[in-house]
Design a protein around this ligand. Structure first.
Ligand SMILES: [Mn+2]
Length: 275
């Protein structure tokens, strides 16, 4: 039996299995509600194997607040597995933690950007099929108090309705459905009017003003919060504070933060530095 930090292989297997069963039955867009009307929600951006930032975020989140993790827990940094296991274990105990799928919760990215290599180094690559099963059932997006839309990367250029996202199929190791791809990969640009092609690759777009405001209006949503990019300050506000990008891993060029949103008549933002 292999050991890995605090975990042994059988424990990891049990955690992944329990989490898979828990998440599988969720809709592709999860509805989240704060307990009080003027409640708070914590949103954690990409952590990419930065365990000290993610662990610190979990310590700093106020009790009772729902937590949304915007995906990209693995790849790039060296502790992707610990990030995943911490999230899985906490989510099994605390039912108001939601982990959304990022573009790095996929096989193709893990092969190229380090997570599969990390498993090989720790002699745990035999667990990868189970990890991939968990990734394949993660929800694509969240909606809090019917006012706040959360997703790893972007909204589709088709400016879809939330009901369409709620019904998107799951279970793919590497999704190629065009709407799913865009939720996991798209970016935004305020100077773009509708949308333009992204340098990230085929089927990926940069979303502009008109699409963003139509999406907000059609779905009666006040705000979009997403990860996927790495603002220098950790958090970046755009589209007149209707779009916020959050990044929760540290590197030499960017700070790590997470975002609390307080539901008042107006939505209020509180930034918390990590680790
Ligand atoms: Mn990403």
């Amino acid at each position: 039996m292999q050991s890995f930090y605090l975990y042994v292989e059988n424990q990891i297997h049990d955690l992944l299995k329990a989490y898979y069963l828990k998440v599988k039955g969720m809709p592709s867009l999860v509805d989240i509600h704060t307990i009080e009307r003027k409640g708070k929600i914590a949103i954690i951006g990409d952590s990419h194997g930065d365990f000290s930032s993610l662990a610190s975020a979990f310590q700093k989140i106020p009790k009772g607040a729902p937590v949304v993790i915007l995906g990209d827990l693995v790849d790039r940094g060296e502790n992707g597995l610990l990030n995943l296991l911490l999230t899985v274990e906490f989510s099994l105990i605390n039912h108001s933690i939601y982990y959304l799928r990022g573009n790095h919760e996929t096989r193709l990215m893990n092969m190229e950007y380090g997570f599969y290599e990390e498993l090989l180094v720790h002699d745990l690559s035999q667990l990868y099929p189970e990890i991939l099963s968990v990734f394949s059932v993660l929800p694509y997006a969240g909606l809090c108090n019917d006012r706040l839309f959360m997703v790893h990367a972007g909204i589709p250029k088709e400016a879809v309705r939330l009901d369409q996202i709620r019904e998107l199929p799951r279970g793919f190791d590497d999704p190629n459905d065009t709407l799913i791809m865009q939720l996991l990969w798209n970016d935004f640009d305020e100077r773009t009017v509708e949308w333009k092609y992204s340098e990230r690759g085929p089927g990926i777009y940069i979303i502009g003003n008109k699409i963003v405001y139509n999406f907000l209006k059609d779905n009666r949503v006040d705000l979009i919060v997403r990860g996927h990019e790495i603002p220098k300050a950790g958090i970046y506000y755009s589209f007149s504070n209707h779009l916020v990008t959050v990044s929760s891993f540290q590197n030499s060029r960017a700070r790590a933060k997470f975002l609390m949103i307080i539901f008042d008549d107006k939505l209020e933002f509180e930034e918390i530095s990590l680790p």
